[in-house]
Design a binder for this molecule. Structure first.
Ligand code: ADP
Ligand code: ZN
Ligand code: ZN
Length: 722
C-alpha cells in the first residue's frame, strides 16, 4: 500500500491537499516538497493534518520532489503558521508562502550541479537573453541553472543552449563556508547605570523563558546598546536572535553598529536582498549557521532552527503592519511566536504604541523606562511657530523664524533637518484657467508632481505620466499651477535662501533606489550635508550626530485625517523626528510650524510631558471602546464594477449574524474608494476586548453570500485605520 500525506500548498485555499508519497521516499510533518497543482508545480510542506484516505488512490497525484537535504519546518513554526492563519482568517497556505520565500534556497540544496562560465568562450550568436546571462555571471561564481535563469530573467533553455555551445560548463557547487560567529565580548560599551539596570532585567527574562518586555526610552537613551545585551545572552544560550526594524533604510546603520559590538555582520533579510543572498540566509537560518538576523517584518517567518529572542525596534511603527495578502501585525505576531516557542520578546520605542502602553500598565508586559539620553545630552527644546501669526509670505513655506534658525545652525557648522511627510513637488496640480485637476485613472487620488523626474505620479498604484505643456482639458498653455508643498518644493526654497549650503533631499522615491538612499544616509551621518529635507523616512531611529535643528514644515498634516489613531500617530512621528536633534551633544532644537498651536498633540510635544498625552489618549480610547479596549476588524469588499461591489457589500452586511456584542458599521466607501481600478467598500465590526471576533467573522462569511467572480473579500484584523 502506498503512503499518503497532507500537503499545505501556497495558495488561498482553506485546506491541505492529499498526495501520494513516492515509493522509497519518506516524509514527516514539516518536510518541504514539490507537488503538482493544476497545470503547474508548487513548493509546499507536509502538514500534520490527517490525509484524506477516502480519495481513490488512482486519482491522487504524487509528490514530485522531496527536499530531503533541507530540515523539515519544526513543530513550533507549523503551529505559528496555523496560529497566524487562524488569527488573520487567512489561508494557512498563504501564510506558509511567507515561510517558503526563497525557492532558490531549496533549489540550491546540496549536492547540486551548478554552471560556470568557461573562460574566454563566447556564444556563437549574441542575443539579449544570452547577454543578460553572461552579465549576471560577471561575479565569476558558479550558479545553479534555475537560480541563474531567475536572476538573469531568462528561461532555463537559454542556459541549456549556452551549455551546449560550451560557453557554460557544469560543475558541482561548493558548499559555502558558514559565516563567522558573533563574538560576545568583542566591544561592549560601558553602559550607564540606567542602561545597566534594564540590560540586567532583559537578561533575567531568559530565566523565566517566555515574556514580553517593553523598553520605553527617549530618543538617544541607548536602547540599542541595551538590547544588544539581550542578543548576547541569547547567543550565550546557543539560541538565534532576530531584530525586526520597520524600515530598510535603517538597516545599514544598524549593521555597522552591530558589527562594532559583535565583530561580525549579522545576516540581513528584506525585499531588497538579492536572490542569492536570500538563499544563503534562508539556508543558514534553517541550519543554524546564521545566528542573528536583522530584517523587515517578513523575517518573522524564517525557518529558524533555534530561535531564542525577538526584538522589535520602533515597535509603534505602522510599517510593521502588512496590509495586503495576509494582513498581519509583525509586532503582535512576534509576541505570538515568542509565546509559542517560549522565548523572550523585547519591544523598544521612544513613543510606544497605545496598545503596548496599556499592556504594560495592566502588567501583561514588563516595562522599563529610560527617561534620559545615554550621552547625558538634554532632549531638544521644542517650540511652535504659529503660522496664523508668524507664517511666511504667500508661495513660501518656511516661516521667518525657521529660516533664521536654519541660518544660525548653518553658521555654526551644524545640520538642519526639514521634515515634511509629502513626497514630490506638490500634492496637487491644477489648471489656473479651467480648474482641471490631475487625477489617477485607476485610483481615487490626485497625481503628485515630481519635478526631478518631470512626472505626475500616483502614490497608490505607481501610475505616472509626463507633465504636459498644455492643460489636457482646456488646452491653455502655461496654465498649470502646483498647489501646496512637497519635499522637492521645500528643497527649492532652501536652495534659493541658502545657495552656499549643501542641500540633500531624502525621500524613498528618488531615482537610484535603496542603494542611493543608503549612501545618502551615510553622508548625513558623517556630516556631509548641511540642510536635509526629508519625508518620514528620516524620522525613524537614525543617529545623525551633527544634527542640531529639526524644522517641521506642517505639524498639522497627520491630524487632518478623520482617523481616531491620528493623534497617536502624529505624536509619535513628531516626537521621533524632533528627537533627531542634538542626540549626542545636546543643544538640539525643534520648531513646529502649525495652525493649531492649541491642539493636544502639539501641546503634549511642547510640554515634554509624554505621559500626560498618553494618559489622555488612553482614556479617550477607553471611553470610546476603541483598541486596545475594544476589538476591530474591517471587511473590505472590492471589485472592478462599482455598483456590483457596493451591492455585494450591502448583501453581506444584511447577512451579518445578529449579536449584541458586535457593532457593525457600513458599508461605506473605503478611504481610498478606488485603487488599481478596483472599487472598495468597507464594513467595520467592533466588539468588546474578550469577544471572539474571529469566530464571529468566520460564521458570518460562511453563511453570507459568496463573492462571485471579480469580487474579493479581505479581512483586516486590527486595521491601522478605523
Ligand atoms: P536609542 O536606540 O535609544 O535611540 P542609541 O542606542 O542609538 O539610542 O544610542 C544613542 C547614542 O548614544 C548612540 O550614538 C550611542 O552610540 C550612544 N550611546 C548609547 N549608550 C552609550 C553608552 N553607554 N556610552 C556611550 N555612548 C552611548
Ligand atoms: Zn485647463
Ligand atoms: Zn493610481
Amino acid at each position: 500500500m502506498e503512503t499518503i500525506a497532507s500537503v499545505l500548498v501556497p495558495v488561498a485555499v482553506p485546506k491541505a491537499y492529499t498526495y501520494k508519497v513516492p515509493p522509497g521516499q519518506s516524509v514527516v510533518p514539516g518536510t518541504i516538497v514539490r507537488v503538482p497543482l493544476g497545470p503547474r508545480e508548487v513548493v509546499g510542506a507536509v502538514w500534520d493534518i490527517e490525509p484524506d484516505a477516502a480519495i481513490n488512490p488512482k486519482k491522487l497525484k504524487s509528490i514530485t520532489r522531496v527536499y530531503d537535504q533541507t530540515p523539515p519546518l519544526d513543530e513550533d513554526l507549523r503551529r505559528f503558521v496555523d496560529w497566524v492563519a487562524n488569527w488573520t482568517l487567512g489561508a494557512p497556505g498563504m501564510v506558509l508562502r511567507m515561510v517558503l520565500r526563497s525557492e532558490e534556497a531549496l533549489e540550491s540544496e546540496p549536492p547540486v550541479p551548478g554552471v560556470r562560465r568557461v573562460e574566454g568562450a563566447e556564444p556563437e550568436r549574441q542575443t539579449s537573453a544570452r547577454r543578460r546571462v553572461l552579465e549576471t555571471m560577471e561575479d565569476g561564481f558558479a550558479w545553479t541553472r534555475s537560480g541563474l535563469a531567475r536572476a538573469a530573467g531568462v528561461s532555463p533553455s537559454v542556459i541549456d543552449g549556452l551549455i551546449q555551445q560550451n560557453v557554460l560548463e557544469v560543475v558541482s557547487m561548493p558548499a559555502a563556508p558558514p559565516p563567522p560567529k558573533p563574538q560576545l565580548d568583542y566591544a561592549r560599551k560601558k553602559l550607564t547605570d540606567a542602561q545597566e539596570a534594564v540590560a540586567a532585567g532583559l537578561v533575567s527574562t531568559f530565566e523565566k523563558g517566555t515574556g514580553v518586555t517593553l523598553i520605553d526610552g527617549v530618543t538617544g537613551s541607548g536602547k540599542t546598546e541595551v538590547y544588544f545585551e539581550a542578543i548576547a545572552e541569547a547567543l550565550r544560550r546557543e539560541r538565534q536572535a532576530l531584530v525586526l526594524l520597520p524600515e530598510i533604510a535603517l538597516t545599514e546603520q544598524f549593521l555597522r553598529r552591530y558589527e562594532q559590538r559583535f565583530g561580525v555582520y549579522p545576516a540581513e533579510w528584506h525585499s531588497e536582498i538579492t536572490p542569492k543572498n536570500r538563499a544563503r540566509v534562508w539556508r543558514g537560518v534553517a541550519s543554524g549557521d546564521v545566528r542573528v538576523v536583522i530584517g523587515a517584518r517578513s523575517s518573522l517567518f524564517l525557518p529558524f532552527r533555534e530561535l531564542g529572542l525577538i526584538i522589535v525596534d520602533e515597535e509603534h511603527d505602522a510599517a510593521f503592519k502588512q496590509d495586503d495578502r495576509v494582513p498581519y501585525s509583525a509586532r503582535d505576531m512576534a509576541v505570538v511566536r515568542g509565546h509559542i516557542s517560549g522565548f523572550p520578546v523585547v519591544l523598544a520605542s521612544a513613543t510606544p504604541s497605545v496598545e503596548s502602553h496599556v499592556n504594560a500598565e495592566i502588567g501583561r508586559y514588563t516595562l522599563y523606562e529610560l527617561p534620559e539620553r545615554a550621552s547625558g545630552a538634554a532632549l531638544p527644546d521644542l517650540q511652535a511657530i504659529d503660522m496664523r501669526l508668524d507664517g511666511p509670505e504667500r508661495g513660501r513655506w518656511l516661516a521667518p523664524r525657521l529660516v533664521h534658525a536654519i541660518k544660525d545652525t548653518f553658521a555654526a557648522g551644524d545640520q538642519s533637518l526639514l521634515f515634511l511627510n509629502r513626497r514630490g513637488y506638490a500634492p496637487l496640480t491644477l489648471c489656473r484657467t479651467c480648474g482641471h485637476r490631475f487625477q489617477c485613472a485607476h485610483c481615487s487620488a490626485w497625481l503628485v508632481e515630481h519635478r526631478f523626474q518631470k512626472r505626475l505620479v500616483c502614490h497608490h498604484c505607481g501610475h505616472f505620466e509626463p507633465v504636459p505643456d498644455n492643460c489636457p482639458s482646456c488646452q491653455s498653455a502655461n496654465s498649470l499651477v502646483a498647489c501646496g508643498p512637497g519635499v522637492e518644493r521645500v528643497a527649492e526654497e532652501v536652495s534659493d535662501l541658502f545657495p552656499q549650503a549643501r542641500t540633500l533631499v531624502l525621500s524613498s522615491d528618488l531615482p537610484g533606489g535603496p542603494e542611493r538612499l543608503k549612501r545618502e544616509m551615510k553622508i548625513v551621518e558623517e556630516g556631509g550635508a548641511d540642510i536635509i529635507i526629508g519625508t518620514q523616512l528620516v524620522a525613524k531611529g537614525h543617529n545623525f550626530p551633527k544634527m542640531k535643528l529639526v524644522g517641521v514644515i506642517d505639524a498639522d498634516l497627520g491630524l487632518a485625517h478623520g482617523d481616531p489613531r491620528a493623534a497617536e500617530k502624529t505624536f509619535q512621528l513628531l516626537a521621533q523626528v524632533t528627537g533627531r536633534a542634538g542626540r549626542v551633544t545636546g543643544g538640539g532644537r525643534g520648531l513646529l510650524q502649525t495652525y493649531n498651536a492649541d491642539h493636544p498633540v502639539i501641546k503634549g510635544l511642547l510640554s515634554g510631558d509624554k505621559h500626560a498625552f498618553y494618559q489622555a489618549e488612553i482614556e479617550a480610547r477607553r471611553v470610546a471602546g476603541l483598541p486596545p479596549f475594544g476589538r476591530l476588524a474591517a471587511v473590505v469588499v472590492s471589485g472592478p464594477d462599482k455598483i456590483f461591489a457596493e451591492g455585494y457589500a450591502r448583501a453581506l452586511a444584511r447577512a451579518a449574524p445578529p449579536d449584541e456584542a458586535v457593532t457593525l458599521l457600513g458599508p461605506a466607501e473605503a478611504a481610498l474608494a478606488m485603487v488599481r481600478g478596483r472599487h472598495r467598500y468597507r464594513l467595520l465590526t467592533m466588539a468588546p476586548r474578550q469577544f471572539d471576533l474571529q469566530s464571529y467573522l468566520r460564521r458570518w462569511l460562511n453563511q453570507g453570500p459568496k463573492p462571485t467572480k471579480g469580487l474579493r473579500v479581505q479581512i483586516d484584523i486590527d486595521p491601522q485605520h478605523f
